[in-house]
Write a protein of this length. Structure first.
Length: 400
């Protein structure tokens, strides 16, 4: 997607200037037409001169977006006009790219565009979920409350992701450290030991295997490095494909121990988003779809799409979600109770809080469990290699 500066005319004949991100000039024209504007002049803005070729998506974090939403809500509650609040925040944010985007959004709003449409021009920063909730808040006259809920939602999402990252970080870091140690031994330690062994010596099988691997790695490292890079690239491309993503999402739920952690985090994200969207007045079908998309899990996305179709046919909310088999019984039961009491947002908020606590508890438990386990694995790998190298020495001593 490229960035385009435009000049357009609204329904009252006033000239509106602003900036949009779209796929080509035709995309800009379609987007403007959807906003009720007629394009007069469109010019592409070269992003490389401003941002060094970096996209907004690589820069704006959940924490930045949460803080922006909270500050904007506070300023609107204090009676500050939206455009003035946006111009002020564009100068206060620590992220330069984000500040430029907010400035352009403020100009678009000042030119007559709605706030939600202005946000929609930056899909790399503001997700469909964010834009849809802002749009609902504008329509219902509850923009301040909506922004506050969005801020809380984003903060909860950040905490959830941080918990998952902390659970994954230790084993990945230790595994990387173990691989570095093993390759260091193969490159430097094994050749030293080989020099001690007589050329006609009959070595034990484990020692011969270690020496063969060392010779292979040290002699053909220039082949293994590009092969490893190619393998990583192929995995990433497969994960991005539709078939690959579906397959990986199924595998994630089946991973021992970590599968439960991932599933609970997905359910927590879905429940929190669904609660927030329903509380801001978003229709249930639209809220379900947005909540499924927010998880990023194809299994949940498919389940919510099917549920949306059945709800439009007259089904309850809980029944199709229960039939999908993706959601724990607690989730569908609480939704059913919410339907009976007319308070689905409150029920889903409780479900989200429960699963968020479960994720936090599991994260702490996994960290304490994985730490000694990884040390044992490293000990076995390094110790096994050393024993294999010392075996010939032990054999000679025994024979003597």
């Amino acid at each position: 997607m490229g960035s385009y500066q435009y000049e357009a005319v609204n329904k009252t004949g006033e000239t509106v200037k602003g900036r949009l991100e779209a796929d080509g000039q035709d995309g800009v024209i379609e987007r403007l037409r959807g906003m009720g504007l007629m394009a007069m002049d469109i010019k592409e803005v070269k992003e490389s001169s401003l941002f060094g070729g970096l996209s907004f998506a690589s820069k704006v974090k959940l924490g930045d977006l949460s803080l922006f939403s909270r500050q904007l809500a506070s300023m609107l509650n204090a009676g500050i006009p939206l455009t003035r609040a946006l111009f002020t925040l564009s100068k206060q944010v620590s992220n330069a790219n984000f500040g430029i985007a907010i400035m352009e959004i403020a100009r678009n709003v000042e030119g007559g565009m709605s706030f939600s449409d202005s946000l929609r021009a930056y899909p790399a920063i503001f997700s469909d979920l964010y834009v849809n909730m802002v749009s609902a808040g504008e329509a219902g006259g509850t923009l301040e409350a909506t922004l506050s809920r969005l801020s809380n939602q984003l903060q909860k999402d950040k905490e959830l992701r941080d918990n998952i990252k902390s659970a994954m970080f230790y084993p990945v870091a230790v595994l990387a450290f173990a691989i570095i140690i093993l390759f260091g031994m193969l490159f430097f330690l094994v050749p030293i030991f080989v020099g001690f062994f007589p050329a006609d010596a009959v070595l034990p099988l484990p020692t011969r295997i270690i020496i063969a691997v060392s010779d292979l790695v040290t002699g053909y490292w220039y082949i293994f490095i590009p092969l490893f890079i190619l393998f990583i690239f192929a995995i990433r491309q497969y994960a991005k494909s539709t078939v690959g993503k579906r397959q990986l999402d199924r595998i994630k739920f089946k991973i021992p121990v970590f599968g439960q952690l991932i599933q609970k985090s997905v359910v927590a994200s879905f429940s929190r988003t669904f609660s927030t969207m329903m509380a801001t007045g978003v229709p249930v079908v639209q809220a379900l779809k947005a909540s499924g998309d927010a998880t990023g899990n194809t299994m949940v996305i498919d389940a919510t799409e099917v549920a949306g179709e059945k709800i439009q046919e007259g089904s309850s909310v809980s029944a199709p979600l229960e039939e999908s088999g993706i959601f724990p019984p607690m989730v569908t039961h609480m939704i059913s109770v919410g339907e009976e009491t007319g308070d689905i947002p409150d029920m889903m908020d409780k479900v989200a809080s429960f699963f968020e606590e479960e994720v936090a508890t599991m994260t702490k438990g996994l960290t304490s469990l994985i730490e000694p386990l990884m040390l044992i694995i490293i000990g076995i790998l390094v110790g096994g290699m050393l024993i294999a190298l010392y075996l010939p020495i032990f054999t000679v001593i025994t024979q003597i």
